[in-house]
Design a protein around this ligand. Structure first.
Ligand code: ADP
Length: 310
């Protein structure tokens, strides 16, 4: 490819313990990269997928980048020419780190740039959600929205595009452990019970409200008390070997909370500063090393920009 536009889109952590399908935040790293250019042949053509490409389809009707790009081209009435895409995956698929959403967001921003930016970034969210629908089976926006526009976001109703930025205290870092196993979002959603007890509903909504207040006021102790999932984590944690041990180590070291990122298997621990996050990441990995299991770890701040041109 001689010339083209390159965009990068960040990994995201959705749910954030008490905010199932409601909260998500963007990470500084890892980011997916897409390079694209106009070609004569109409439609979208994925000519290369490199990096963390396990099980990622080339077909434009099943690849989330292909779906988002096709939807935007068609919305803009562009039928005369096509777009060629090269996808560099740095966010492993099926990790719970919003890999499929990142590709969809990157593709929507890229096509919008090629079209000379007819739409605002937030207007691209529906096209990225079209991609996410195919990969995860539902149109929840807790990966797509923070990926696209950055920060910590509360999604009140994605069908109405009713979402809100939550202002978080500066200096928060996330320690992330990514075990060497794949959990498919569809499967991980499929095992959830459809009913929640009244008692758990009360605890969960109290935590979600208090977490937002803690973030807004910078009350780290309130964030710590609220970052607890009474509904989803107990049903999913068996998918992640040694979950309880990892969580205990992270909390004992001073993490504000530790839970499953999205549908898993990635785990995150929210930490009040970077050095602590690094120690927590090392301790989480040590649990896996003790059990001779493979995992990677990284530390990231909260990304405030979302998808950017590179
Ligand atoms: P994650 O939470 O890490 O995004 P998902 O399970 O939601 O994981 O998404 C991974 C699924 O999406 C896989 O089945 C994968 O084949 C599919 N998929 C389609 N297109 C892409 C893409 N461009 N990048 C990543 N995954 C994709």
């Amino acid at each position: 490819m001689t010339s083209g536009i390159k965009v990068i889109a960040p990994a995201t952590i959705s749910n954030l313990a008490c905010g199932f399908d409601t909260l998500g935040l963007a990470l500084d790293l890892p980011c997916d990269e897409i390079i694209g250019r106009w070609v004569d042949s109409p439609g979208v053509h994925i000519i290369e997928i490199s990096g963390e490409k396990k099980n990622i389809p080339y077909h434009v009707d099943t690849n989330t980048a292909g779906i988002a790009a096709t939807a935007l081209l068609s919305h803009m009435g562009e039928t005369g020419r096509g777009v060629e895409l090269k996808i560099r995956k740095h966010i492993p698929g099926g990790s719970g780190l919003g890999s499929s959403a990142a590709s969809a967001c990157a593709a929507a921003v890229l096509v919008n740039e090629l079209l000379n930016r007819p739409l605002e970034k937030r207007e691209l969210i529906p096209f990225a959600l079209d991609g996410e629908l195919v990969s995860s089976g539902s149109r929840h926006g807790d990966n797509v929205v923070p990926c696209m526009i950055g920060g910590l976001m509360l999604i009140r109703d994605i069908l109405e595009y009713d979402y809100h930025r939550v202002y978080a205290p500066s200096g928060l870092f996330l320690a992330v452990l990514l075990p060497d196993l794949v959990v498919n979002t569809r499967d991980s959603r499929g095992l959830l019970r459809q009913e929640v007890s009244l008692q758990d509903m009360v605890k969960q909504s109290a935590n979600l409200g208090a977490l937002i207040i803690g973030m807004n006021t910078g009350d780290l102790d309130l964030i710590h008390r609220s970052l607890e999932d009474h509904v989803i984590e107990p049903q999913r944690k068996h998918l992640i070997p040694f979950f309880d041990q990892i969580k205990d180590r992270a909390l004992n070291l001073g993490a504000l909370g530790c839970s499953i990122s999205g549908a898993g298997p990635a785990l995150f621990a929210l930490c009040p500063e970077k050095l602590l996050a690094q120690n927590v990441a090392d301790a989480m990995k040590q649990v896996y090393e003790e059990h001779h299991l493979g995992a990677r770890t990284f530390v990231s701040g909260i990304n405030q920009e979302g998808v950017i041109l590179k």
